[in-house]
Design a protein around this ligand. Structure first.
Ligand SMILES: Nc1ncnc2c1ncn2[C@@H]1O[C@H](COP(=O)(O)OP(=O)(O)O)[C@@H](O)[C@H]1O
Ligand SMILES: N[C@@H](CCOP(=O)(O)O)C(=O)O
Length: 306
């Protein structure tokens, strides 16, 4: 195989209560990327459409991940990479993670499937270091494994796939302001009190149990975040109004997608998710802020060949 085209999904990290530990992949929103083997042994990014990003391989997360994998595998080829961004960096929808995991997946295909999904996640996490300074796994693992994931442990890395209830649908509103993950991580407390911790880990347990048992009510009751959301929501215009409107329109729950500014809601079917979209839209309509909305099923496959 000399060339491969892949789709790499947008992802919602944290899922409210699971800061740095949970994430899920979207079915319909994501980036397209084309990888072509070259003889030069270099990595060249020859095209980027849809966003202004560095072309230098060591500054673009796609280049960072590709260089690492070519070196680790002692590959006898180089790469030309074309990136087609369909959603903006700094959106809270895992833009850097889409490039990092799309690259890990594609290079692995060109190498004849040398690496496991866990190894691909470790490579892609180095892309996240380049993007935001932290080796976070929640977005990249969701993109690589698909569906819902739990980062059970960071060192050593342990990723667990969580079942996705049929019919669960995500609604997203993305105000077009850029919040860099690196900056949004600085407002999250490094210490929390025991009472807060107890509530938070109970919610993670409730969310995972609800996803396993298709218990939508339990999923909704568990979409509560006492750690990141109270500190990050002030960076997001009209956050409380959007969240309340989404829940009033029938969403099971809502919260910040990743580090924001996007806000996600989960609903038990497509019709409700569309009503939630209308309700979120109504909050921003006359605000003067540019925004996009998306309704998407959860991607069960994650990054895939186009
Ligand atoms: N291929 C890429 N895709 C997206 N962002 C990239 C890429 N390469 C480098 N970056 C940098 O990563 C940062 C965006 O990452 P981040 O702040 O984590 O936002 P996001 O949540 O959208 O991933 C920006 O500074 C951007 O320039
Ligand atoms: N767990 C991270 C996730 C960042 O997601 P992104 O999509 O905003 O890059 C965090 O909350 O900082």
């Amino acid at each position: 195989m000399n060339q491969i085209k892949v789709f790499s999904p947008a992802t919602v990290a944290n899922v409210s209560c699971g800061y740095d530990a949970m994430g899920f992949a979207l079915e319909t929103l994501g980036d397209d990327m084309i990888f072509t083997k070259t003889n030069s042994k270099d990595v060249v990014i020859s095209k980027i459409e849809g966003a202004i990003l560095p072309y230098e391989a060591n500054k673009n997360v796609a280049g960072v991940v590709a260089l690492l994998m070519l070196k680790d595998s002692k590959a006898n080829f180089g790469l030309d990479i074309q990136i087609f961004k369909n959603f903006k960096p700094g959106s809270g929808l895992g833009s850097s993670a889409a490039s990092a995991s799309g690259t890990a997946f594609a290079v692995n295909q060109l190498l004849g499937n040398k690496y496991s999904n866990l190894e691909l996640t470790l490579f892609a996490m180095q892309g996240e270091v380049a993007a935001c300074g932290s080796a976070i796994a929640d977005n990249v693992a969701a993109a690589i494994y698909g569906g819902f994931i739990l980062v059970k442990n960071y060192e050593p890395l342990d990723i667990v796939s969580i079942p996705t209830p049929t019919n669960l649908v995500a609604t997203i509103i993305h105000p077009q302001i850029e919040i860099k993950t690196e900056d949004a991580r600085k407002v999250v407390p490094t210490q929390i009190d025991l009472k807060t911790a107890i509530t938070q880990w109970s919610n993670v347990g409730g969310l995972i149990s609800g996803l396993h048992s298709n218990d939508f009510d339990l999923i909704g009751r568990s979409l509560v975040d006492l750690v990141a959301e109270p500190n990050r929501k002030k960076l997001i215009p009209h956050f409380d109004d959007v969240k309340q409107s989404a829940i009033a329109a029938g969403a099971l729950g809502a919260g910040i997608s990743g580090s924001g500014p996007s806000i996600f809601a989960l609903s038990k079917n497509l019709k409700t998710a569309q009503k939630v979209e209308t309700a979120m839209d109504a909050v921003y309509k006359n605000s003067g802020i540019d925004y996009s909305t998306y309704v998407s099923h959860i991607s069960k496959t994650g990054t895939r060949i186009q």
